[in-house]
Design a protein around this ligand. Structure first.
Ligand code: F6P
Length: 237
């Protein structure tokens, strides 16, 4: 695992964006794994900036997002479909057919999960995967106790995750109880992984990850078993 300490949130976002930009410039057909949440907002700003400066095109790039809530529509402002349009897809030249997010509104969620996993495989797997980390160590929505062997599946969100994400909803009761997420096995099959950690609320997760102990009780710890992980962190010590 490579650890890079950034002096600020802006610097963390820029270092991470440059890694992805470099990858896409070298291989325009890259398959990129994307994350949502507060942490990568600056990262997306940097990608948009680079696109607007004419430094990069996403016209041949394919994306797969990590996760989506179950039980809210794609149009809902709290959905990750909406988040991705708002922070990235609206501004760049990516082809709509190359954008993939799990379908949390599918009538048959198990089937939707299987289909999503197949699409990733058909695309040849993920070249570079962006990750954030939950305060409880979740990656994607793989909560503590998730098996390291899982592919895309449906999860029940923990109380702490629902509490942390309630800022995106009017009331705690509105935060979905379930989500559809890429599994840890899928994440581990990505050729390269970039994990962002930002801010004091992630101190405990950062400390735990640094100890190196691998356990399903702390999902991000699985990353120690991957050969190409870069952690870019700021605001933790
Ligand atoms: O960056 P945040 O908002 O702290 O979220 C942490 C992680 O939790 C999730 O929101 C759950 O999917 C991830 O997308 C994100 O990486």
């Amino acid at each position: 695992m490579k650890w890079i300490e950034a002096a600020s949130y802006g610097e963390m976002s820029k270092i991470a964006a440059d890694l992805f930009i470099d990858h896409i410039q070298k291989d325009s057909k890259s398959v990129i794994g994307l994350a949502t949440g507060g942490t990568p907002e600056g990262f997306y700003k940097e990608l948009v900036k680079s696109y607007e400066a004419g430094e990069i095109s996403f016209s041949e790039t394919t994306t797969f997002n990590l996760d989506e809530y179950v039980g809210i529509t794609e149009e809902s402002e709290a959905s990750y479909h909406h988040y991705m349009k708002k922070h990235l897809f609206h501004y760049i030249d990516i082809k709509p057919e190359n954008i993939h997010l799990p379908n949390g509104s599918a009538p048959d969620l198990e089937k939707a999960a299987k289909e999503y996993e197949s699409k990733i495989k058909e695309a040849g797997g993920i070249d570079v995967q962006l990750l954030g980390i939950g305060i409880n160590g979740h990656i994607g929505f793989n909560e503590p106790g998730s098996s390291f062997e899982q592919e895309t599946h449906i999860v029940e969100l923990t109380a702490s995750t629902r509490e942390a994400n309630k800022i995106y909803f009017e009331r705690l009761e509105d935060v979905p109880t379930h989500a559809i997420t890429i599994g840890i096995q899928t994440i581990m099959q990505a050729k390269k992984i970039v994990l962002l950690i930002s801010g004091a609320s992630k101190q405990e997760a950062y400390d735990r990850l640094r100890t190196g102990q691998v356990t399903e009780q702390f999902p991000a710890s699985v990353l120690h078993l991957h050969g190409d992980v870069t952690v870019i962190y700021t605001g933790v010590s």
